[in-house]
Every structure is written in C-alpha cells, then in structure tokens.
Design a protein around this ligand. Structure first.
Ligand code: NAG
Ligand code: NAG
Ligand code: NAG
Ligand code: NAG
Ligand code: NAG
Ligand code: NAG
Ligand code: NAG
Ligand code: NAG
Length: 793
C-alpha cells in the first residue's frame, strides 16, 4: 500500500512538477532584481544552495548559465545563448517584468528567455530548473524545456529534440556531437553536420519501435528519474512503458544527491551522481559511460587523423597520418592535411596507377567509415595489389575474405588493425615544400636541388610519354590484329571511352531517338557493327564541371555492378560534349508497361518487378560504394531488359548536376509526384528521398496508374497516395485493385510497405534493407500511420 502511494506520488510529481515545486517567497526573483559578473550579486541560488543561476566565467569573459556548486569545480549544466560571444565583466543581467535581459556595456542586448508579458517573477528550483511564472503561478518558461548538453534528475528530452555537446570542458558553446531522441523511439549519438542516418551513428539505444528487442511500444522521451537515478526511455502518455539505459549505483537516500546525464565534449554519454555532504560540499561520481573505448566516437578526430587511446588518463589523442600534419596546430581535433603540395603530372596511366610514385605500407589503423569499394578477394596480397593499382585507392583493409578500399579524405580512423592487414598508400610525387611565407631568397642549394628535380621530373615525364606512345602502338597493332577494341576480359571490367565521331556514326547521326530523359535525349545505336545495341545518352543540363571530376564520376558509376542496375559501358567527353553509353534495354520502361498495357500485366510479374527495383535501390544505398542517392526514382527510369528484368537507370547522375551531393542540393530536383517533401522544405537530402519515391512507384505498380490522374470516376481517387491511405484507414484496400486476380498476401504487403515509404517524416521511412525484407515477407509489416496530416483531405 505504501509502495502504491509512493508510486502515485511519483507520477503526480511528474505530471504536476510546477504545482508541487512552488518556490517559497525567499527565493523569488522579482522584477528589478539584477546580477553582475564581478560586483554585488553574481548569482541567484536554489533554496538548497546546490544550484546557482547567473554569470559563469568562460575564457576571458562571462556567459549566463546554471551550475552545480560544491565540488572543486562548479559543473555547468545549462548555458543561455551558448553560441553568442562571452560578455565582459561590466555587463549586467536584469529581470524586468516579462523579460530577462543580458546587457553588455558594448554590444547588443541579449534576451535569456523569449519575452512574455505574463512572466511576473522567476525562481531557480532545487532540481536545477529555472522557471518564469505568471500571476496565477503557472509556468511561462523553464530552462528544463531547452536543454543544452545535460539533463538533470526530473528532466525530460522529448522526441525530435537533441542534446548538443560542449566544445570543451571550459568552453560551453556548441560542440562536435549530438544525441537525438528520434521519432522512431531510438536514442542515437551522431557527430554534428550529419543526417540521422545509421552509417554516421556511433551509439544508439537500439530501441526503435520496429526493433525486435523492443517490440512492445514506441518511446518518445528520455527521462532521468530523480528518485532512483535511472536513465530511462519513456512513453509520456503510457507510464507503464519504460526502457532502462543506465542506473546510478547510488540511489536516492535522504535528499543528498543530484543526478545528471551529459553528452560530454568528447562525444561520450555519461551518467553522474553528485553527492552532497552536510557542509554543502559535494563529490562527483561517474556511474556509467556509453562508449567504453573513447576512440569509437565517430568524428572524435578530424579528417586524416587517427585516434590513439591513452590508457593513463583515458583521454585519447589524435595523430596525423604519416605525411600529414595538423591543419591548425591550435586545434588538435581539427584534422590534418598533406604537409606538401603534390606536383602535377598524371599518375594514372590506362586506368592503373604508376608504381614509381607511391609506397604501400602496413599500418595499425582501422577505418570506421564506409569503404568506397568492397571486393571479394581470396588473398590479402590481392587486396594490396588491387589498391596499389587503383588510382582512386588511398588505403585498403583485408578482413579475411574481402578487400575494403577507402579514399581521401579519411574519416573516423582509429589506431588498431583488427585483422592485421591494413594498408596505407603513401604518395610521393615531386615534393614541393609548402611556401613558408618568410621571404627567403632561394639559396644556391635549393636552386641546385630545384634544377636537379626539374631534370629528374622531365626525364620521368619523357619516360612515361615514351611508354605511353609505345603502348598506344601496341594497342593499335593488336586492334588491327584482332579486329576488336580490347580483349573480352578488359571490356568486362573497364569503361570504354569513345570519340564523338564514333558515337555519331554508331547512332547513325543521332537519328533513332529512344526518349527524352531528365538529362537529355537518348538514342539507339550500335558500336560493333550491329551485333549489340547500345543506348547513347547525351547529357545536356550539366553544371560546369571539369573533365577530371567527370571522369572520376564515370569511374564510380562504372564500378556499380548489379543485376538491377542498367550498366554503363562507356562515355565520351570532348570539349563541352558529354555522352554516356549504356546497355540497351529491349523492353522499354516500367512506365509504358504500367500505364499502357491492357489488360494489366500479371500480378506475380509486377510483384517481381517491385522486388527487382527494391534490390537495385538497396545496392545503391547500402551495398556498393559510399551510398549513392538516386534522387529521381520513377517508372520512366526503370527499364526492362529482354528477359523483363527491371533495371534502374540514371543513377549517380544527380551528383553531376549538383556538385556536392552529400551536403546541399540547390533548388528542387527529382520529378513532381515522386519527390519527397524534404525537397520543398529545405531539409537535408538523404537516401530516404529514394525510399519515398519508391513508395509511390510501389503504389503505381499495384494500381497500374499514375500517382496523379484526373478524370477518374470519383475525385478522391485523383491522388493515388492519399486515396491508398484512405482505403487502408477504411480497412478496404481491395478497392485499390481492379477486376484482377492478385495474391492476397503480397498485395497487402505491397500496399502497407508503400504507406510506410511515403511517410512525410523521413525517419519513419524504413531503410531499403528493411523494406525489402518486408516485401519478401521475411519480417512483418507494422501498421503504418497516416503518411501526412494533410493527405486525408
Ligand atoms: C524530484 O523532482 C521533483 C520535481 O521535479 C521535486 O519536487 C523533488 O524534490 C525531486 N526530488 C529530489 C530528491 O531531488
Ligand atoms: C562556484 O560557484 C560559487 C557560487 O557562485 C562561487 O562562489 C564559487 O567561487 C565557484 N567556485 C569555483 C571554483 O568557481
Ligand atoms: C559544421 O558545419 C558548420 C557550418 O557549415 C561549420 O561551421 C562547423 O565547423 C562544422 N562542424 C564540424 C565539427 O565539422
Ligand atoms: C506511446 O506514445 C505514442 C505517441 O507518442 C503512442 O502512439 C503509443 O501508442 C504510446 N504507447 C505505446 C505502448 O507505444
Ligand atoms: C618507398 O619504399 C622504398 C623501399 O621500401 C624506400 O626506399 C623509399 O624511401 C620509400 N619512399 C617513401 C617516400 O617512403
Ligand atoms: C596497434 O594499436 C593498438 C591500440 O593502440 C595497440 O594496442 C597495439 O599494440 C598496436 N599493434 C601494433 C602491432 O603496433
Ligand atoms: C612532412 O612530415 C614528415 C613527418 O610527418 C617529415 O618527415 C617531413 O619532413 C615533412 N615534410 C615537409 C615538406 O615538411
Ligand atoms: C611564396 O611566398 C612569397 C612571399 O609570400 C611569394 O612572393 C611567392 O610568390 C610565393 N611562391 C609561391 C610558389 O607561391
């Protein structure tokens, strides 16, 4: 009974904390009260004197915040306007009815909380929460709702919000890591400047509501329980649903503890207990940390540097790779760059790197980033050679059965090589020392050295040139001899380059147009005297792009090989002309099949095509090189070969139109009707835009019609995506199907999976791997929520 009462009280307290935690008159902060960093009052205190609100020293200036008193160092738990510059000691902080103003002598006045005329008085509670109250004692504003890097006992981080680490223990401006309470119920830590995508995460509670271990519900808040010291995931509307992340070993006894969970500056998540003595002093205990090996925090070290664990004080260091040095010696985490500028010169000859210019060394380093290429190879020596010869490869790891290749700049490196077979390619072209800007005249030694290196360089160039000419001759000779361009094996693995003249001839002067895509016209042709057909695509709306970048891009596209992707055979680049040569797809596009064929194509056939498309997208997103976002998945871009295998075309091209695919796309791309809402909302573009488009394509495959179609019997059917949800909500999805025979199970799966894919909220869309497993019936499909608030209208 007593237990039940306690439980009841606990929930009462959680629901009405403001009502219980009425500040007594003594600690009221009234209109007209003020603080200053150096003279008279510098802080307002909580009744227990464990927390203070006021000026805290930062660098040479001051910021406003809340801290825990009592230890050897005061611990900052909240900072107002953390990214504003610190103010000088002549600033004042004033509480005037409705607002709290920070007034520096020079500089703009800052508001600490949004001004509200209702705010009559303020108080700092014993929980560390700073609150503003209206006349009726209701809370107008509270610091607990706007956490920075910490939550305290009794505080909650609700869905969609995140903690952001501080820059360093001394500097509380926004740091390099974030901890996000995702809408899917998962609590995930990422480095900043990343999207919420699994590959960037370095820690997660793994409690997304579809994860098998937590199939019992959806968590929508992170809560630190101030009675038991448990760090919990909770459901605000269903108190029976909790998931314990960590627990303080010192549970509440008397009222002598303060609990705190912080995303620390080093990216680790820690649970602390501050234990107070009668005299007001306190001791701090670390109760739990999320990441035992600090070097597993992605982004702890900057680009091209690797994390070295320090067993003595637990604080890891960042070392530059051999041949690299710190970009800025004052910023040990700021990343490294080459300590020389590489002299020009083409090192790539016929697609192979010239071995005179590099060394491959074995290193004790692991790459936690995505490799750009993975190949199954039998021996580690094959992996070494594969990287050595590949002009794009800068490092490789052999894990016993496959070779993972990486290229610069490197991210997320750590000292330690799991398999003992980690290779780094050191390039040493003509080394030009960095211009050290002190105006030294070259001495005769450097002059001599420079002339010598010039002579050496010229000799090497000449040698390369001669070899090149010789090779050309040999190739020409072979060509005459064999009558073919190259041997079968080479053709299988390398991209051809064609001259414009060849393509013009092969397509009969660009006469037979197959269609117009988003990038330009496509022509049918043949480049081997009509034995095999090819499709030649002329790229028109290109951004100005260098030849080098274009070739690099072609190499990346050329390397993506999958049964469900249209293969790129070669390309032509001449002046501004850019043409791509693809394998020819004999059965046209999925659009023709869906919209034109009557009666509708067989259900099993359509289901198989849907699986084909899903596999192609999954390969682009998750399996091949670094993820490729297609950006324009639609039936017109899905082609069917002679055996009716569906293959995706135009992948990898979005990047050519938008120079920086990973960060921002300027303006909208993609095709209306298939475009995810992120495009219009100026949100980050991730692989999830393809999942959205795929969802629309799935519905079109189910119904054999366009997503948007007028002149239908009833107006609500105009937009297929919202009509499908209406039917689903009305428990009548069979309305979507015409008079045809479908397989009930695959039909239901396709519709529900599609409704998940077209969720407005990108995090709600499953990754392609899950989508595929659901379509195949290997895992169950949960009941989808309404895709968007306005799709029901
Ligand atoms: C726990 O939090 C509630 C409300 O936030 C507060 O009233 C109570 O005093 C706190 N208990 C302790 C032990 O700090
Ligand atoms: C901690 O905060 C208290 C209260 O503002 C202050 O008196 C004390 O000097 C601070 N201690 C340190 C080490 O900064
Ligand atoms: C994140 O991006 C911002 C804006 O581009 C930049 O100023 C900041 O340095 C970046 N932070 C890191 C850690 O890369
Ligand atoms: C948890 O909260 C969400 C709303 O945020 C609700 O839809 C769900 O039913 C709740 N309960 C469980 C057990 O997941
Ligand atoms: C490359 O390796 C060779 C032989 O191991 C060595 O003599 C040479 O100094 C190395 N060059 C560089 C730049 O490390
Ligand atoms: C590789 O690095 C790990 C971690 O720093 C270290 O313990 C190990 O001794 C190193 N191995 C070699 C062969 O240097
Ligand atoms: C580059 O750094 C290496 C060591 O990391 C050093 O031996 C070399 O002298 C440096 N080169 C230049 C040009 O500074
Ligand atoms: C090196 O720096 C000096 C002085 O800053 C400048 O005059 C000179 O042109 C620079 N040399 C190169 C190769 O950039």
């Amino acid at each position: 009974m007593a237990f039940l009462t306690a439980l009841f009280l606990f929930f009462l307290l959680r629901i009405f904390p403001a009502a219980i935690a009425q500040p007594n008159k003594l600690n009221r902060i009234e209109s007209g009260d003020s603080l200053s960093p150096s003279i008279q009052r510098t802080a307002w205190y909580s009744p227990s004197k464990r927390f203070a609100f006021g000026f805290l020293a930062e660098g040479t200036g001051y910021k406003v915040g809340i801290w825990i008193i009592g230890g050897p160092n005061n611990v900052t738990v909240w900072t107002a306007n953390r990214d504003e510059a610190a103010v000088d000691s002549d600033a004042t902080l004033e509480f005037l009815r409705g607002k709290i103003l920070l007034k520096p002598k020079n500089g703009a006045v800052q508001t600490i909380a949004p001004p509200s005329d209702r705010a009559l008085y303020a108080a700092l509670l014993d929980s560390g929460n700073f609150q503003l109250y209206a006349e009726d004692q209701s809370v107008v504003w509270e610091s607990f709702k706007f956490p920075t890097d910490t939550i305290l006992g009794g505080q909650e981080l609700s869905s969609g919000k995140e903690l952001r680490s501080s820059l360093s223990p001394e500097d509380h401006s926004s740091g390099r890591f974030r901890l996000t309470m995702q809408y899917d119920g998962n609590l995930v830590a990422y480095p900043v400047n990343t999207t919420d995508y699994g590959e960037f995460a370095y820690w997660a509670s793994n409690t997304a509501y579809w994860a098998s271990n937590t199939a019992n519900g959806l968590y929508n808040g992170l809560f630190l329980d101030n009675y038991t010291g448990r760090l919990l995931l909770i459901n605000v509307s269903d108190t029976s649903l909790t998931w314990e992340i960590a627990r303080s070993k010192i549970s509440h006894d008397g009222k002598d503890v303060v609990y705190r969970a912080t995303l620390d500056y080093d990216g680790n998540i820690r649970l602390y207990t501050h234990r107070f003595s009668v005299d007001g002093s306190s001791k701090t205990f670390v109760e739990w940390d999320a990441i035992p090996d600090a070097c597993d925090v992605k982004g702890f070290c900057g680009l091209n540097s690797y994390c070295v664990p320090n067993l003595d004080d637990g604080k890891p260091a960042c070392n530059c790779l051999p041949g690299f040095e710190l970009r800025d010696t004052n910023q040990p985490f700021g990343g490294c760059e080459r300590n020389f500028t590489a002299g020009g010169g083409e090192r790539c000859i016929n697609g192979k790197e010239d071995p005179t210019f590099y060394n491959i060394t074995v290193v004790n380093i692991t790459w936690n980033d995505h490799p750009y290429f993975v190949a199954a190879l039998p021996e580690k020596e094959d992996c070494r050679v594969s990287c050595a010869e590949d002009c794009d490869c800068d490092a490789a790891v052999y894990n016993g059965y496959s070779c993972l290749k990486y290229n610069l700049p490197f991210k997320y490196l750590k000292q330690y090589c799991y398999s003992g077979d980690c290779f780094l390619k050191l390039r040493n072209i003509i080394v030009v020392p960095r211009n050290t800007s002190d105006d030294q005249k070259p001495s005769w030694v450097t002059t001599l050295a420079l002339s010598l290196s010039f002579v050496t360089y010229s000799c090497i160039l000449f040698a390369i040139f001669s070899i090149f000419i010789l090779k050309l001759r040999i190739i020409k000779y072979r060509k005459q001899l064999l009558g073919t361009r190259t041997t079968g094996l080479v053709k299988e693995f390398t991209l051809q380059t064609y001259t414009y003249k060849e393509l013009k001839k092969g397509t009969n002067n660009f006469t037979q147009e197959l269609g117009k895509g988003s990038f330009g016209a496509v022509y049918k042709g043949s480049l081997d005297r009509a034995r095999n057909f090819v499709a030649v695509k002329e790229l028109q709306k290109m951004v100005e792009e260098g030849e080098r970048e274009f070739r690099a891009e072609m190499r990346i596209i050329g390397r993506t090989r999958h049964r469900n992707l249209v293969r790129l055979l070669g390309y032509c680049i001449e002046g501004p002309k850019r043409l791509l040569v693809y394998e020819y797809m004999g059965n046209g596009s999925l659009a023709e099949l869906l919209y034109r064929t009557r009666p509708r194509p067989d259900w099993q056939e359509r289901f198989r095509i849907a699986l084909d498309v899903a596999k192609g997208i999954q390969y682009l997103h998750e399996e091949c090189d670094s993820p490729i976002i297609h950006c324009d998945i639609k039936p017109q871009n899905i082609l069917l070969d002679d055996f009716w295998t569906a293959k995706i075309s135009d992948f990898g091209l979005a990047k050519l139109l938008m120079p920086d695919q990973t960060r921002t796309f300027t303006g909208a791309r993609g095709t209306r009707g298939y475009m995810a809402p992120e495009w219009d909302k100026n949100m980050p573009i991730t692989v999830k835009v393809d999942i959205y488009s795929f969802g629309i394509v799935l519905l079109e495959i189910v119904c054999c019609r366009r997503n948007f179609e007028v002149n239908l019997s009833s107006p609500e059917e105009t937009l297929l995506s919202s009509w499908a949800y209406q039917c689903f909500a009305a428990k009548d999805i069979y309305k979507l199907m015409a008079d045809e025979e479908v397989d009930q199970r695959t039909f239901e799966r396709m519709v529900t999976v599609a409704l998940w894919c077209i969720q407005d909220e990108p995090v709600l869309r499953f990754p392609m791997k899950t989508v595929l497993l659901m379509l195949e019936g290997i895992i169950d499909v949960p009941i989808p929520p309404c895709p968007s608030s306005d799709s029901q209208t």
